[in-house]
Design a protein around this ligand. Structure first.
Ligand code: TMP
Length: 219
């Protein structure tokens, strides 16, 4: 039996990275082997792409294109390149050996950020998602739903400054949030909404119940 691809999605500061960590520890304690990975940056090549995609203009080394904006289409193609490498090198081989994967962001991020956030053509995004994944869809996507202001404030509590995408306008982040709401409404069997404004422990409890059912773990 192949493993399952479980994806965590949401706006900035929704808490997915810590929830993934807690899930991984919980699943390992039950003897369930999992791989934790992310997009962008789940491969060596992807780490380079992640840096290019997220660094702030002021972090760029002297001599690089100082402050040159990343064109929207370029951004979309770089996320697709990261995904293609990730699917081939990390996701497919692990799923084939029966490992479950907990993945921090996947195709819905591109629809929410580049589609709803940037307003890029949705047909193009869907085509690129299909090409980059060769049709590999998540088995389950957990959408951690938090208010965008709350999420950005959480980010500022744990890090110095915001990265290139976090620095976008509130209106951009609100469109991304609406994107997730539309996606969840359109794919009710694949995407499960979890209230991310609850305490870390309460969110983890809800996610564990969802995973128990989805992975047939029993009680
Ligand atoms: P994160 O891994 O810390 O969540 O940061 C990844 C950033 O990249 C986040 O701002 C969302 C953004 N992103 C996109 O805009 N499109 C994508 O397809 C993906 C995977 C991420």
């Amino acid at each position: 039996m192949g493993g399952k691809l479980i994806v965590f999605e949401g706006v900035e500061g929704c808490g997915k990275t810590s929830q993934i960590q807690l899930c991984s520890e919980w699943l390992e304690s039950l003897g369930v082997s999992v791989v934790v990975t992310r997009e962008p940056g789940g491969t060596e090549l992807g780490l380079h792409l992640r840096r290019l995609l997220l660094e702030k203009a002021e972090d760029k080394p002297f001599g690089s294109a100082q402050g040159e904006p990343v064109a929207e289409l370029t951004e979309l193609l770089l996320y697709a390149a990261d995904r293609s490498q990730h699917v081939e090198q990390e996701l497919k081989p692990n799923l084939a050996t029966g490992k479950h994967i907990l993945c921090d962001r996947y195709t819905d991020s591109t629809i929410a950020y580049q589609g709803y956030g940037r307003g890029l053509n949705m047909n193009l995004i869907n085509q690129l998602n299909n090409i980059a994944t060769s049709g590999l869809e998540s088995d389950l996507t957990i959408w951690l739903d938090v208010n965008v202001e709350v999420g950005l404030a959480r980010k500022l509590l744990v890090q110095v400054g915001l990265d290139r995408i976090e620095q976008e306008t509130i209106a951009f982040h609100r469109r991304v949030q609406q994107g997730y709401a539309h996606l969840a409404a359109s794919h009710p069997s694949r995407i499960v909404r979890v209230d991310g404004s609850l305490s870390k422990e309460a969110v983890q409890q809800v996610i564990q119940e969802i995973l128990r059912v989805h992975l047939h773990l029993g009680t």
